[in-house]
Each structure stands twice: as structure tokens, then as C-alpha cells.
Design a protein. Structure first.
Length: 344
């Protein structure tokens, strides 16, 4: 049992010069980041969509998706604000399987983390600069946040990470919205404790120094369903679930209450077509219940160029992790959301 260094020490400043935004690009990104902050804080009533592939395994497929999404964003921008999922690190329940672009730049089973870091930055950079969109990624490894914090506009803390103290404390120092998912058990109290911790000032050791964070007032809830001890999934997007979540939000008196519905994972049972029905039902709930409309203002949707998933990267633009909606269904769904919001 040991740690063996297989590369030189990583120079964070040098890494950040790769895919570095110039002043004009930074200004454009900052403008969109300010719009996103206004949505989280309830100052902008547009719906937030965190949307895109389950995992970003192929640069050209991701960029093709991004180009299409940017055109769609322009069509619906008065009612919907989209941040593209560019997820480059994937949690594995037992440690096996595809771990994301940062581990396997070639999605071929060969680990090359140093080259993976470069490709992760390059991919976020290209999505931002070539399409004008901003990006979301999962904060799987808190110590890696420094590698991309100048590029990523939205961070998600996953169901397996939300109980971890380091994730909570690092989230408290990020200058961007952080979505906290409920754990795989579905326990909402765990999620709310995580949000509370992220919204407070924290002191801890990070990057080989004692640090003090400011607290992140934009930390918020993502409902993704849960699994019981028998492996049965229990969705938590139904009316009663949302009312319970809202009551906990109000009881804890947290800042900027905001709920995102993750339409896949244990809400859909990974039946990717269910995402469409989940969005529709949530839109109805928002229309019928003022408190749900006030709090539930975002969706996380997994979509790519092709329907479903594959075990190996054989078909261009088809997920190699969780199944996704194809582009045609994605476009139709976003337009359906837009039409529903435009009636109000």
C-alpha cells in the first residue's frame, strides 16, 4: 500500500494558461455568469436548464452538440437560460468503468491524467469561445476545482459526494452556483445539511494551506431520486416530494432557495425517455402550485446527438455512460418548455 508519483508536480498556473480566456472572452462569460446568478437569486424569472451529454467523451461530438444548443438558446433566450453539461469526470460506484475525459482522453481504457487535464480545459474553452455558451461540470474531485474554476460556470456535487465534508467546504469557497444532489438513499436532510455547510464560512486545509472561505449563497438543491436497500428507485419530483422539499428549505431558512429537477438517474430509473414526461409533469406542478413555481426553477436534462447509450464509443454522439435523449427529442422538449413558459 503506497502512493507512487508518476508525473512531475502539476503547475496550476501553467495549466491555466492552456485554454485561457482573453479579456473579451472573459467579459462575455462574465455577462452570462451574472445572468445565471440573477436566476439563482430569483431576480430573473427564466427557467434554468443544465443540459447536455451524461459524459463528454468525444470532443468533436460535444462541440457539434454545443453548436446546435447555442442556436437553440438564441431562439428561447427570453424564457430559458441554458448552461451546457460538459462533464469530464464520472463517479463509479465500485471504481470500475469509464471515469471521464480527465482519466481517459481517448475513451479507450488507457489512463493519461496529465493529458486529460489539458483536454478538459481545452474542451470547456472551445465550448465557451466557439459557441458563446457557458458550461457546467461535476465537482467529483474537489482538489481539481482549481484547474477549471476560471472556465466552469456551474458546479454539481453528485449523490455519492454530497455527504463528504471536503466537497461541502470547497463548495463554500467557489464563486459560482453549486448544485447539491440528494444522496443515492434519497435522504433530503443530508442534501440540506450539505447546502447549509456550503453557504457558511469554513476554515480548512486546502491546496497545502490553511484557507478561509466566504460561504456560497448560491448553493442549492438538485432532486435526482433515490434507491432503497432493495435497489428499487424512488423518484422525488412528484407534488408531495416537492412540497416536502420546500418545507425543509423554509424551515432551514437558507439563502436563495432554488430547486433543480434532475430528470434522469433515479427519477427516471435511467429510462431516458421518461425525462420528457418528468419535465411535463413538473411544468404542470409549477402552473398549479405557486410555491412550486417559486422554488422549482430548473431542470437537469441528459441529452446528446443520438438516443440511448453504448458500451463502446462506436456511434458518433451516443453516450457511453447513462442513456440520453437524442438531439431531435431535445430540441422538441426545449421548445415545449418555451411554449409553456410563453403562455404565462
Amino acid at each position: 500500500m503506497s502512493f507512487k508519483e508518476v508525473s512531475p508536480k502539476i503547475n496550476i498556473d501553467a495549466i491555466k494558461m492552456l485554454g485561457h480566456l482573453n479579456s473579451e472572452q472573459q467579459a462575455k462569460k462574465m455577462e452570462r455568469d451574472q445572468e445565471l446568478e440573477a436566476i439563482i437569486k430569483g431576480e430573473d424569472d427564466r427557467l434554468l436548464l443544465i443540459i447536455g451529454p451524461c459524459s463528454s467523451d468525444n470532443e468533436e461530438a460535444v462541440l457539434e452538440y454545443a453548436r446546435r444548443l447555442a442556436k437553440l438558446q438564441e431562439q428561447v433566450k427570453d424564457k430559458i437560460f441554458m448552461v451546457m453539461r460538459v462533464y469530464t469526470a464520472k463517479p463509479r460506484t465500485n471504481g470500475d468503468g469509464y471515469k471521464g475525459l480527465i482519466h481517459e482522453p481517448g475513451a479507450d481504457g488507457r489512463t493519461d491524467l496529465i493529458n486529460g487535464i489539458k483536454m478538459v480545459r481545452d474542451l470547456h474553452y472551445k465550448v465557451i469561445t466557439e459557441t458563446g455558451l457557458t458550461t457546467a461540470d461535476e465537482m467529483l474531485y474537489p482538489e481539481n476545482v482549481r484547474l477549471v474554476d476560471d472556465l466552469v460556470s456551474y458546479h454539481a456535487v453528485g449523490a455519492r459526494s454530497v455527504e463528504d465534508q471536503q466537497h461541502r467546504f470547497v463548495a463554500s469557497g467557489i464563486d459560482a452556483p453549486v448544485g447539491m444532489k440528494n444522496p443515492t438513499s434519497g435522504n433530503l436532510k443530508v442534501m440540506f445539511n450539505s447546502i447549509y455547510a456550503a453557504q457558511q464560512k469554513q476554515d480548512f486545509i486546502f491546496a497545502r494551506a490553511e484557507v478561509e472561505t466566504s460561504g456560497n449563497s448560491m448553493a442549492h438543491a438538485i432532486l435526482r431520486g433515490g434507491l432503497d436497500e432493495n435497489g428499487k428507485n424512488h423518484p422525488n419530483y412528484y407534488t408531495d416530494n416537492l412540497v416536502e422539499t420546500i418545507e425543509l428549505y423554509e424551515k432551514m431558512n437558507l439563502k436563495n432557495p432554488f430547486i433543480v429537477i434532475d430528470t434522469n438517474h433515479d427519477n427516471s430509473g435511467k429510462k431516458f425517455m421518461e425525462q420528457i414526461r418528468i419535465v411535463r409533469q413538473t411544468l404542470i406542478n409549477r402552473e398549479w402550485d405557486d410555491s412550486i413555481k417559486k422554488y422549482v426553477r430548473g431542470f437537469m436534462i441528459e441529452s446528446y446527438l443520438e438516443d440511448g447509450r453504448q458500451d463502446h464509443p462506436e456511434m458518433f454522439g451516443k453516450s457511453i455512460t447513462d442513456p440520453c435523449l437524442d438531439w431531435e427529442k431535445t430540441e422538441q422538449l426545449v421548445q415545449e418548455i418555451y411554449a409553456a413558459e410563453s403562455k404565462k
